[in-house]
Design a protein around this ligand. Sequence first.
Ligand SMILES: [Zn+2]
Ligand SMILES: [Zn+2]
Ligand SMILES: [Zn+2]
Length: 115
Amino acid sequence: MEIMEEKRPIVHGVDVDARTRCVHYYSEKDVIAIKFHCCGQYYACYFCHQQLAGHPSKKWPKAQWNERAILCGNCWNEMAIATYLDTVRCPNCDHLFNEGCSNHYHLYFEWKGEN
Ligand SMILES: [Zn+2]
Ligand SMILES: [Zn+2]
Ligand SMILES: [Zn+2]
């Protein structure tokens, strides 16, 4: 399932490559880009948003975790936040995701009881 190049969403970030890896995260598994709740724009990572967006980031409330806000930079498939949080590989291309990302979930997603 090839996605046409011109249909790809724009991914912002510092030195973003064709697989949405950036200057901060560039291992083989760091192929995820995240659409931010504050601006609806894809960024390669939290730090890219912090450096370039010019506004503080907002987290996704749990009620909106069915939004397709996660992009696999390997196949450019968009998936729901809930889908991403429930898997370690891309449901479309089977590429492994960086399990270390789970350390940063609190930066992007609002867990129950948090504000
Ligand atoms: Zn933003
Ligand atoms: Zn980055
Ligand atoms: Zn994929």
